[in-house]
Write a protein that binds this ligand. Structure first.
Ligand SMILES: Cc1ncc(COP(=O)(O)O)c(C=O)c1O
Length: 374
């Protein structure tokens, strides 16, 4: 199992290595969902393959029924519109392009899902990264308010939050909405992980006219490789957003067929996914508690991931990631991916994977930490 020095040199990119060995890799590095969902999703995809629906461009609005199902899934206000995108990441790209100008600021967190911050910078705008690696491991409306300047254009609320696993209470969401209203801000509600939350408060229920919802099928429906998401919002904002649609020929048709089936059957499988994810995080907690110098800043997590703080072990997270990947075939993520400033303190693990993978993690993690401990 241990790769030769030659193989390691060739696969300096751990993702390349992990993909090459994917049949044996316990993949806990990207919050993907590898738990069983529903055979009807795969059937819908296969049917689109069998009938060669992929020969045609999909309708620009997406396959019939998809936008309606998406709007229903988030409980959108009646006048809300929906743009089907190639993943949430494309929805974010479109909205940053459409609404941000040079010199403007967006209030964000650190840690965070950093590719969004990169997109903000591409517009010449600045992500104002408020540190949240410390109690309560999330942003508060008060701290966000202190960061508002005349240049502030938007507030990015990833809820629940990648990577920490914290969710926002109804009072907190209301506080962020009041702030957006008081300072004429857009509220970007990234709800990629909402289905894993204990409770979720949609900002569009409070300030529908200034909220944009960013949706993903990657984590709930386990369709990360399919690349499907959506941008939803009120007519005024969406008219502007669609002007910046990077893909007027619509998103992957197979993904759309799978996504529609996923939404139509969601009640049958999503609760099972969530309860397995909760069992899995409990198993991980037991392991982490047995390793001196490690702790979980946030437990239980409201997403399908959390971070393990390893700062008390003296172990470097990159070394731990490599040791776990190359010597145990368990792929966890160096904290630096989600925070340059705080990432040296932690690794991120996601747990929407079959229990056998969690058992392999449970064997590997203590051994890897002991090997590297200073
Ligand atoms: C907060 C957040 N938004 C967006 C995405 C990207 O989602 P998608 O796979 O739908 O592009 C991720 C992926 O990890 C994420 O964590």
């Amino acid at each position: 199992m241990v790769p030769s020095p030659e193989e390691r040199r060739r696969d300096a990119d751990p993702f390349l290595y992990a993909h090459r060995h994917r049949d044996d890799i316990v993949w806990m590095s990207q919050n993907t969902n590898q738990l069983p969902t529903d055979p009807r999703i795969e059937e819908a995809i296969m049917e689109a393959v069998r009938t060669k629906e992929y020969n045609l461009y999909p309708h620009a609005r997406g396959v019939e029924g998809l936008t309606e199902a998406l709007l229903a899934d988030i409980g959108a206000p009646d006048d809300y519109r929906c743009l089907v995108t190639n993943g949430a990441i494309e929805a974010l790209y479109i909205l940053t392009r459409a609404f941000l100008s040079k010199g403007e600021e967006v209030i964000c967190t650190n840690p965070s899902f950093m590719p969004i911050h990169h997109q903000i910078r591409l517009c010449g705008a600045r992500p104002v990264e408020l540190p949240v690696y410390g109690e309560p491991y999330k942003l508060s409306p008060e701290r966000a308010a202190e960061a508002v300047t005349p240049k502030t254009k938007a507030l990015l609320l990833i809820d629940p939050l990648n990577p920490l696993g914290t969710e926002y209470t109804p009072e907190e969401v209301r506080g962020f909405c009041d702030l957006a209203e008081d300072h004429d801000l857009l509220l970007v509600h990234d709800i990629t992980y909402k289905d894993f939350a204990f409770s979720h408060t949609p900002a569009h229920d409070i300030i529908p006219e200034r909220t944009l919802d960013v949706y993903s099928f990657s984590k709930n429906a386990g369709m990360a490789g399919m690349r499907l998401g959506a941008l939803m919002g009120p007519p005024g904002l969406m008219e502007r957003a669609v002007e910046y649609n990077t893909n007027v020929l619509s998103a992957n048709i197979l993904a759309q067929r799978g996504g529609l089936a996923a939404l139509r059957t969601k009640e049958d499988w999503m609760p099972r996914v969530v309860s397995q994810a909760r069992r899995n995080q409990e198993m991980i907690r037991e392991v982490v508690e047995g390793v001196e110098g490690c702790f979980l800043p946030v437990y239980p997590s409201s997403t399908n991931m959390f971070v393990i703080d390893i700062s008390g072990t003296g172990v470097d997270p990159t070394m731990l990631q490599d040791e776990m990947l190359y010597n145990h075939h368990v792929f966890i993520r160096d904290g630096r991916y989600v925070s340059r400033e705080f990432g040296e303190n932690f690794v991120r693990v996601s747990f929407t994977i079959p229990e056998e993978g969690i058992r392999r993690f449970a064997r590997a993690f203590p051994e890897a930490v002991e090997k590297l401990r200073k």
